[in-house]
Design a binder for this molecule. Structure first.
Ligand SMILES: C[S@@+](CC[C@H](N)C(=O)[O-])C[C@H]1O[C@@H](n2cnc3c(N)ncnc32)[C@H](O)[C@@H]1O
Length: 256
């Protein structure tokens, strides 16, 4: 099965033949796997297709699942909602090319930005241009930046590159794992010449309980809350507010 899927069983072939038992299919591949091989095998085959780089719409039509169902399978398997299952590529450059700070209230970026370790792997992560602009505008080197919804670590990576100290938290341990992975770099010496580099303090934590952080110790909060139920970031993490509507989210945030 793995071989067929990774060798680009192209969707066309899989429409006609089951990659597990190789029999010719009378009904859809998804239906066949569920019925003959069971739910677990179905989920594993979907994940294999995703790992092989097959596009989401193609997976959807091959297995008869919606985008939401595909997200659920991935989130369940990886503990976190990620759009790419492949590891990130090598760093090509450390800062955006021709960067100019935003000066108006409407910010628009031609590309999402893939300098340093940034990529679109963590679903719904923000473009690194956003924390870069916020950090540059509202803090100075050596200041302490807090992101208590750090997700895959975009703001923490920017804080590190820009010589800010950073406290980075997320309720989901798998997101914290991704953040640590994304922070696992040594910036080039030219950045050390401009300002010291501070290694962010990264830990699992609930944004509603910051009681361990001393008063007046944070210079800037640069945090990106979840999307009011549009993107679910985990399947079972207690305290994850991403499944809530806007009103429920504010109620829960106010409670502590
Ligand atoms: C929109 S994402 C942040 C994405 C991040 N800016 C990035 O670029 O990767 C919102 C994050 O809030 C986290 N979250 C949800 N409830 C939380 C809570 N109670 N405390 C801390 N983090 C929480 C989710 O796990 C998710 O990673």
């Amino acid at each position: 099965m793995q071989q067929i899927i990774t060798e680009h069983l192209n969707a066309q072939e899989a429409k006609n033949k089951c990659p597990i038992c190789y029999i010719s299919l009378a009904n859809s591949l998804g239906e066949h796997i569920r019925k003959e091989h069971g739910e677990e095998e179905f989920r594993q085959t979907v994940l294999k297709a995703k790992e092989s780089g097959m596009a989401d719409p193609e997976i959807g039509s091959l297995f008869g699942i919606t985008f939401k169902q595909l997200e659920e399978i991935i989130t369940e398997a990886y503990g976190v909602n990620i759009s790419m299952l492949k590891k990130r590529k090598k760093v090509k450059y450390w800062a955006p090319k021709n960067f100019k700070e935003e000066n108006t209230t409407v910010w628009s970026f031609k590309q999402r930005g893939n300098w340093a370790t940034h990529d679109g792997r963590y679903r719904g992560n923000w473009s690194p241009y956003i924390p870069r602009n916020v950090i540059l505008k509202y803090s100075k080197p050596g200041d302490v930046v807090l992101d208590y919804f750090v997700g895959g670590g975009t703001a923490a990576v920017e804080a590190k590159l820009l010589g800010r100290s950073c406290i980075a938290r997320d309720i989901n341990p798998a997101a914290i794992g991704l953040t640590k992975e994304n922070l696992n770099f040594t910036p080039p010496e030219v950045l050390f010449e401009r300002h010291p580099i501070y290694e962010p303090e990264v830990s699992t934590g609930d944004a509603r309980d910051l009681s361990d952080i001393p008063d007046n110790s944070i210079d800037l909060i640069c945090a990106h809350p979840p999307y009011a139920g549009i993107i679910n970031y985990s399947s079972k993490v207690e305290g994850d507010l991403s499944k809530l509507s806007i009103d429920e989210f504010f109620n829960k945030m106010r409670k502590n």
